[in-house]
Ligand binder design. Structure first.
Ligand code: NAD
Length: 415
């Protein structure tokens, strides 16, 4: 790819869908840019008594369908363009699963790994002191993302409530359960993806019972993909990996045993009764379902031709480059694109907002069932769009999502 600016990539993806949808020029132009963006500078006192100054961002990309929604990242490489791109993708993701929310994203350029716990708390509170004036449960609702946690959400919520002088837990999601978080948020991303794989297998007439899977990445998302592929689909997970490499057992890797080994040693490699494999081998394994659950740009034009899985379920964001997408499509590999496959997380975040608004909380069974309904419906709308236009699923997903946002703008009289 010649231009790796993430916002330019997001615009390029939109352009392709807009052309296929024959979107009118005003709607297309409005959707190419964020509606509002805030960049602010704020001071944080460090443990040594000196004050450090940080740059914070919040982008409200589009709120035609409802208040903006999207995480806050604390990352050294954060820029206004990464935040813009992620806010655009949140707009499409919320429309994809048809929840009444728009897209937003926030961030701070910082390295949280270099901060003490109390510095991190003052950074989180400082962010909210600056951002509170344009955040509210009916305007824009943040959530955790890279290097931000439920504890950081709790500090931000507290700061907001201190400023406003009243309880308002719905201004942020991903909170600890004790402060109004939702049951079922922990594994929601993987669980939502598993539901889409189940639906895809019906369309493709693949029997998943005893079928094989490989999971790349064994973190928040990948570990639950390992567990739920076994528990919900009856699959045999024959390979998993992390940043240090992978392990393989043709008879399947027991989830509890793998987790215990990883928690004890820090990584999945060298588990008893397994063979070590590289991440390259894992990606190119002859399995029924491949779950990329690590980082972006893992399947590229260099290795796409070697992928053998029947279904690629993208739990990670952006694991497949646009060039690789076309190669996989030509090879007949069925890709469940990221902003459909991993939309379970934002769906349960939305459930959290709903529960906060009426102060009554659902059981995990209720959360799972409502998540299943949302994911199944979203999957079917993408599959149908793909079949109708004979296009790959990513473009189909864009077309479904973009047309929903465009329709809301039209009904409001914006375009
Ligand atoms: P995480 O940091 O908890 O886990 C990432 C895993 O990937 C770790 O096991 C790490 O060792 C592994 N990894 C890193 N580099 C690797 C490499 N080169 N090869 C193989 N494995 C490698 O992160 P996470 O929260 O699980 O997120 C994973 C992906 O899912 C990201 O793309 C993220 O944006 C996306 N995602 C996460 C959520 C969520 O709810 N956490 C929601 C939507 C999308």
């Amino acid at each position: 790819m010649t231009n790796l600016n993430p916002f330019k990539i997001a615009q390029r993806q939109l352009d392709e869908a807009a052309e296929k949808l024959q979107l009118d020029i005003a709607a297309h132009s409005l959707l190419r840019e964020p509606l509002r963006e805030y960049v602010f500078t704020f001071p944080v006192r460090m443990d040594d008594g000196f004050v450090k100054v940080f740059k914070g961002y919040r982008v409200q990309y589009n709120d035609a369908r409802g208040p903006c929604k999207g995480g806050i990242r604390f990352h050294p490489d954060e820029t206004i363009d990464t935040v813009r791109a992620l806010a655009a993708w949140m707009t499409w993701k919320c429309a994809m699963v048809d929840i009444p929310l728009g897209g937003g994203k926030g961030g701070v350029t910082c390295d949280p790994r270099l901060l003490s716990e109390s510095e991190l708390e003052r950074l989180a509170r400082g962010y909210m002191r600056s951002a509170n004036r344009f955040i509210s449960d009916d305007i824009d609702v943040p959530a955790p993302d890279v290097f931000t946690t439920p504890q950081i959400m709790a500090w931000m919520m507290d700061e907001y409530e201190v400023i406003r002088g009243r309880h308002q837990p719905g201004i942020i999601t991903g909170k600890p359960l004790e402060l109004g978080g939702s049951a079922g948020r922990g594994d929601a991303t993987a669980r939502g993806g598993i539901f889409t794989v189940r639906e895809a297998s019906k369309m493709l007439d693949i029997n998943l019972k005893g079928a094989t899977a490989a999971v790349q990445g064994h973190g928040n998302v990948g570990q639950f993909a390992h567990q739920l592929a076994i528990d919900l689909l009856g699959m045999k997970v024959v390979a998993v990996s992390d940043v240090k490499g992978g392990i393989y057992n043709p008879d399947g890797l027991d989830f509890e045993e793998t987790l215990a080994h990883r928690l004890e040693t820090g990584y999945v490699v060298n588990m008893k009764g397994t063979r070590s494999i590289s991440n390259k081998e894992l990606l190119e394994m002859d399995v029924d379902v491949l779950f990329p659950s690590a980082l972006e740009n893992m399947i590229t034009e260099k290795n796409a031709d070697n992928i053998k899985a029947k279904i690629v379920a993208e739990l990670a964001n952006g694991p497949t480059t646009p060039e690789a997408d076309n190669i996989l499509y030509e090879k007949g590999i069925y890709v469940i694109p990221d902003f459909l496959c991993n939309a379970g997380g934002v769906t349960v975040s939305y459930f959290e907002q709903v529960q906060n608004s009426y102060g009554y909380y659902w059981t995990s069974e209720v959360v799972h069932q409502r998540l299943d309904e949302k994911m199944t419906k979203a999957y079917r709308s993408v599959h149908e769009m793909g079949q109708k236009h004979k296009i790959h699923n990513r473009l189909a997903a864009y077309m479904v999502a973009v047309s929903r946002v465009a329709e809301a703008m039209k009904l409001r009289g914006w375009v």
